[in-house]
Design a protein around this ligand. Structure first.
Ligand code: ASP
Length: 333
């Protein structure tokens, strides 16, 4: 079974790469360049403006994603993000600075709408990389962030509908409704390179909607949700964090670029590895393919970019100094 799937995947990737417009587009590498997940159009426009004005690429990425973190309409990030199973919004974020090869991150952070900014302060002000839960909140307060309730009315109602339809044997009274509960496959990732070839990256999220309290996804884990090697490039991910953690996804994409793969090929190589190592039956469809989504984003030091998804429907945005373009990702399945 595994052997068959591996053989199938190896056979399926080569023709896919040959027909991909992204593969040829990425050859015309330009710097500066900023790439993000599909929900990042405003973030990369802002980040590019800042980079062109001389800002550090990481600072620009963090200021860019703040626009999405602050937006109550984006239910996958920051303020307005979907809560955990108890109705509490817990945010994860990480940042990495290429020139100094330093990282900062926070996980399961409550009440602070801009976790990427807190992650940047962890990088700047401490000798640590990752702060979690109450400790992350105490740190954020100490360095001047203010607390607020992050659960918007819209997100609270979505959570209540989810809760009311969770278990047919409990005492909630909402059983007959056909529900369409919002779930996030959101998260925002931004990778940026400036004209000099210095890189920065940032990933920020409210994580899996209705997750177990305390669950930490890939986004705040360096090497999973994002990774930068200033000699090579930067990568990030969105989608099922558990799969990305168990593949060290972003680290693997950057290593694949170091091995000489084009950014899109590097993403596809790691997604193929994820597909090949997905063994649990509940995570596979009838054809033996993973039934979940992961999208990887890659930016090489020279400004070449790429992205790919495990399944169809993934999108990304890219700004090469001329304009923001939103694109569909090539996918394995
Ligand atoms: N990767 C995020 C997580 O697992 C969620 C997502 O991107 O949908 O927390």
């Amino acid at each position: 079974m595994t052997l068959n799937r591996r053989t199938f995947l190896a056979a399926s990737v080569a023709p896919l790469l040959a027909t991909m417009p992204a593969a040829s587009a990425q050859r015309a590498a330009r710097r500066p360049c900023v790439i993000s997940s599909g929900n990042g159009a405003r973030a990369i426009a802002r980040a590019m403006e800042l980079i062109q004005g001389g800002a550090d690429p990481l600072e620009a990425a963090v200021k860019g994603v703040a626009i999405v973190e602050d937006d109550p309409e984006d239910m996958s990030v920051g303020y307005g993000g979907l809560p955990n199973e108890h109705g509490v919004v817990q945010l994860d974020a990480s940042v990495m600075h290429g020139p100094t090869h330093t990282a900062g991150a926070v996980a399961a952070l409550e009440n602070i709408r801009n976790p990427a900014q807190v992650a940047l302060e962890v990088l700047r002000r401490t000798d640590h990389v990752l702060l979690v839960g109450a400790g992350a909140l105490a740190f954020a307060r100490t360095v001047g962030f203010t607390e607020q309730n992050l659960l918007t009315e819209r997100a609270r109602e979505a959570w209540l509908r989810w809760k009311a339809n969770l278990n047919p044997h409990d005492d909630w009274l909402d059983r007959d409704q056909q529900i369409d509960v919002p779930r996030t496959d959101g998260t925002i990732h931004v990778s940026a390179v400036n004209a000099a070839g210095d890189l920065g990256a940032c990933t920020t999220t409210s994580g899996l909607s209705y997750k177990l309290a305390g669950r930490v996804g890939d986004s705040p884990l360096v090497g999973a949700g994002m990774f930068v090697d200033n000699e090579v490039g930067s990568a990030g991910s969105t989608g099922r964090g558990e799969a990305v953690i168990q593949s060290a996804g972003s680290f693997a994409v950057v290593r694949a670029m170091a091995d000489g793969l084009e950014p899109t090929e590097a993403c596809l190589r790691v997604l193929t590895w994820i597909a090949d190592h997905t063994k649990r039956r509940d995570l596979l469809n009838g054809k033996g393919e993973p039934n979940f989504q992961v999208v990887m984003y890659a930016l090489r030091k020279d400004g070449a970019w790429g992205s790919a998804g495990l399944r169809k429907g993934g999108t990304f945005t890219v700004h090469d100094g001329t304009k923001v373009r939103k694109k569909e990702c090539p996918s394995l399945f």
